[in-house]
Design a protein around this ligand. Structure first.
Ligand code: ZN
Ligand code: ZN
Length: 279
C-alpha cells in the first residue's frame, strides 16, 4: 500500500520528506514553489540534492511522489498572453520536477472562459504537447475535473479524448480525484457503485494510465459540480466507497494521495490513519 498526503511546502525541501515520514506517508504530493504566484525562485540545487538524498534514505519510493502545478496557469485560456505565460510556467515546473527527481506533475485542465469546450480542448492539448517537448524525465498527469463552469474533462469520455490527443503518449498519464469524479456524477458511495464507476473509467481512460489517485471525500453531493474536499469518511462519499477504492488502488499498486482539509475536525495524521484503516 502506498498512501500519503499533500505535504506543506514550508521549510527546506528536505523537510518535505520529514513531514511525510512523520505523517506515516508512503506516498506524497508537494508544490515545489508557491502555488499562488506566477513567480518562482530558481531551484536551490544544494537544497534539491539534500531532498533527494533524504528521500533515497527513507522508505518512500520515489515513484510514489508527485508535484502539483501552481494554481494560476490556465492551459485552456483563449487569451494569448495568459496562455503563453501558462505554458512557460509549466515548462519551468517540469524542469524543477526533473531536477528534484519527482516523476509526476499533476495538472488541472484549465478554464476556457466561455470560448467553448472545443476551443478549450484545442488550446489545452496543444499547450500540453508543447510542454511535453521539454527534455525531462517527468510524466504529466491530467487530473479529472469537478465539472465547474467553463471546465472540460469531468466526463470520463471527454477526459479520455483529451488524454488521447496528448503526444507523445509516454509523456502523459492521469490522476483521478475521487471528489471531482463524484461531484461530476460518478457514484462512489457503495462497493457496487465503485465497481461500476471504475469499470467505466477503465473502458474510457484506462486504469493502466492511472498513476496517482487523489483520495478525497466530498462536501458536495453527487452531480453537484462542487469542488470541496472533505475528511475521509465524513463526506457524501463515505467509508464504504472510499474503502473499496483504496482496495482497488492497492491491488493495482497505484499510489494514493489525500488532499483533505486540515481543521478542528481532523488533520493529515488522522485522515491518513483513517484511510489506511479502510484497507
Ligand atoms: Zn485533486
Ligand atoms: Zn479538488
Amino acid at each position: 500500500m502506498q498512501i500519503g498526503a499533500h505535504i506543506s511546502k514550508s521549510g527546506t525541501m528536505d523537510s518535505w520528506v520529514d513531514n511525510a515520514v512523520e505523517r506515516g506517508c508512503s506516498a506524497f504530493q508537494v508544490f515545489t514553489r508557491s502555488p499562488r504566484s506566477w513567480f518562482a525562485k530558481d531551484l536551490d540545487l544544494d537544497e534539491a540534492k539534500a531532498y533527494k538524498e533524504k528521500l533515497d534514505a527513507s522508505d518512500i519510493d520515489r515513484m510514489a511522489t508527485c508535484a502539483h502545478m501552481p494554481y494560476l496557469p490556465n492551459l485552456s485560456t483563449p487569451e494569448d498572453e495568459g496562455y503563453e505565460k501558462s505554458i512557460k510556467s509549466m515548462i519551468e515546473e517540469v524542469k524543477r520536477c526533473d531536477k528534484l527527481g519527482i516523476p509526476y506533475l499533476v495538472t488541472h485542465l484549465g478554464s476556457h472562459k466561455g470560448s467553448g469546450e472545443e476551443n478549450g480542448i484545442k488550446r489545452l492539448t496543444s499547450a500540453l504537447n508543447e510542454v511535453a517537448k521539454t527534455k525531462a524525465d517527468v510524466i504529466i498527469l491530467l487530473e479529472n475535473t469537478a465539472g465547474q463552469k467553463n471546465s472540460v474533462g469531468s466526463d470520463f469520455k471527454q477526459f479520455a479524448e483529451i488524454f488521447a490527443q496528448c503526444k507523445p503518449a509516454k509523456k502523459f498519464g492521469v490522476c483521478l480525484d475521487t471528489c471531482h469524479a463524484f461531484v461530476a456524477g460518478y457514484d462512489l458511495r457503495t462497493k457496487a457503485a465503485v465497481k461500476k464507476t471504475m469499470k467505466e473509467f477503465d473502458e474510457t481512460v484506462g486504469l493502466k494510465n492511472l498513476k496517482i489517485l487523489h483520495l478525497n471525500d466530498s462536501k458536495g453531493e453527487l452531480n453537484s459540480n462542487l469542488d470541496r474536499h472533505n475528511h475521509i469518511g465524513l463526506g457524501e462519499i463515505g467509508n464504504e466507497g472510499l474503502g473499496e477504492i483504496v482496495k482497488i488502488m492497492n491491488k493495482n499498486k497505484i499510489p494514493i494521495v489525500l488532499e483533505t482539509p486540515i481543521d478542528d475536525t481532523r488533520d493529515d495524521f488522522e485522515n491518513i490513519r483513517k484511510a489506511k484503516s479502510l484497507a
